[in-house]
Design a protein around this ligand. Structure first.
Ligand code: SAH
Length: 450
């Protein structure tokens, strides 16, 4: 029930914070409010949280011309597409402003590279199975902070083929009487489905995650599914009986096709198995990598270090342009993938190491190895470690191309690097995740003494 005494304030949205929330000035302080667009007049209530006071949007009195009604019927419950209430161009403006606000002091921020069509771009799709009120099988994502599954028949940011396959699996479960797995009771059969589609190749992998080794009628089920969807090139059954938010368990059985799909990025072929890390928006990933490689100004005499290299994407794409590439990555599965990707693509001047990026750099220095000429660094959201940054400044490559998925840690790391011999030359935001508040940024840094 609404609190009758709740005080409501009339405010105007002036800016965005680093998380894409609107900022309003109130009693001399800046208060973040989710769901506002710059220029809008709105009514808010105040809420005190651990993070400080925030505003809760009650209604928008004067909406921006950029406000739209979210096209998705699940928008209110799902929480995956925080920015769907804005036109796409306004989303891009917001991301531009976030990046400019955080790193505009270091260098000029070029206009954000947006997606051509911000729809159906996610090539990795996951749905959890459950039972609806009427006993029918439902599939989709969890409501935020809950264990209730939302029954989603069509997600407008996901690959359309994958959406259709999820719906077919639901129908098949119904007709074949395959029960969704009940995590609390440890009963039932199918727990999740993970679908990955090849952007260039069109290959499709379906991973059916079961709660135990028991899957009656498995053969018929897979046969019916692959007959209905001829585009499916491989099906893997994965077993995950643990109470965990992880989707995949350890055990895997390939029941159809080769057990992996292949895809192509910037002319390089990548083999993707169920557990491989692979960017979820390949069209924009090509834009991102091409930009990063252009900024690096590579030539045949150079040694390149690709730090936080994942499955070796950047390393392999730039291999032919340089003398040698060294990739370093902490996750051993990713390193295995990287090595086999090097083989598939016949790249012999690339070596991958499984190690913490900072330790690796320190060791190389201690061993008296030559310093790289150019370094790509593409760390997780937490940014580069201090050890890595220190070792990087010591190695003193001519250029550093920093690819960041979190402008807040990017700002912190630029602060450090610009005090230790580097200047930021240019920055370009790239939109990898339309409808969400996340933004990717590429920054070129150069040694000051050059
Ligand atoms: N450049 C790759 C991967 C970027 S994601 C691509 O574009 O596909 C960031 C990567 O950093 C992940 O693969 C993660 O496993 C790796 N990573 C996380 N901490 C690390 C560390 N301390 N040292 C090296 N790699 C790390």
């Amino acid at each position: 029930m609404a609190d009758k005494k709740e005080k409501i304030y009339r405010v105007k949205c002036k800016a965005y914070d680093s998380e894409g929330r609107g900022i309003v000035h109130f009693n001399g302080s800046n208060i973040p409010v989710e769901g506002l667009i710059i220029g809008e007049m709105a009514h808010i209530a105040l809420k005190h949280t651990n993070e400080g006071t925030i505003g809760i949007l009650k209604d928008v009195e004067i909406p921006s011309k950029d406000r739209v009604r979210p096209v998705c019927p699940y928008y209110d419950r799902c929480g995956g597409c925080q920015l769907m209430f804005m036109k796409y161009n306004a989303q891009l403006d917001m991301k531009q402003q976030i990046v400019e606000g955080l790193i505009g002091n270091f260098c000029k921020v070029e206009p954000v590279l947006g997606m051509e069509i911000p729809e159906n771009f996610r090539t990795k799709v996951h749905a959890t199975f459950s039972k609806g009120k009427n006993g029918r099988v439902i599939a989709g994502t969890y409501e935020p902070k809950s264990h209730r599954v939302i029954d989603i028949n069509n997600c407008c940011i996901q690959d359309q083929k994958a959406n259709d396959i999820v719906v077919s699996i639901k129908k098949l479960m119904q007709s074949e009487r395959i029960e969704p797995y009940d995590e609390d009771r440890g009963r039932g059969i199918l727990r999740h489905v993970l679908i990955r589609t090849g952007f260039k190749t069109g290959q499709v992998m379906v991973v059916l995650v079961v709660g135990s080794g028991y899957f009656p009628g498995k053969k018929n089920f897979v046969h019916a599914l692959t007959r209905k969807h001829r585009e499916i090139t491989t099906v893997v059954i994965n077993e995950n009986s643990r109470k965990t938010s992880m989707i995949l368990g350890e055990k895997e059985e390939v029941v159809y096709g080769p057990g992996y799909i292949e895809d192509e990025l910037c002319g390089i072929r990548f083999r993707i198995s169920p557990k491989s890390f692979y960017q979820v928006n390949p069209a924009q990933t090509e834009v991102l990598y091409q930009l990063a490689i252009k900024l690096a100004q590579l030539d045949k005499k150079q040694t390149v270090l690709d730090a936080y290299c994942g499955i070796g994407t950047i390393s392999l794409i730039c291999a032919d342009s340089v003398r040698e590439v060294i990739g370093v990555e902490l996750n051993s599965d990713a390193v295995k993938n990287a090595r086999s990707n090097a083989k598939i693509n016949h790249k012999e001047n690339v070596r991958f190491y499984c190690e913490d990026a900072g330790n690796f750099m320190k060791k190389r220095e201690a061993d008296g190895e030559d310093a790289p000429d150019v370094v790509f660094t593409d760390p997780p959201r937490s940014g580069c470690s201090k050890e890595f940054l220190k070792a990087l400044a010591k190695a003193a490559p001519k250029r550093i191309v920093y690819i960041s998925c979190n402008p807040v840690t990017l700002q912190r790391d630029l602060q450090w690097l610009t005090k230790h011999g580097y200047k930021a030359v240019t920055a370009v935001p790239v939109d990898m995740f339309g409808m969400s508040k996340h933004v990717e940024t590429v920054v070129l840094l150069q040694r000051k003494d050059m």
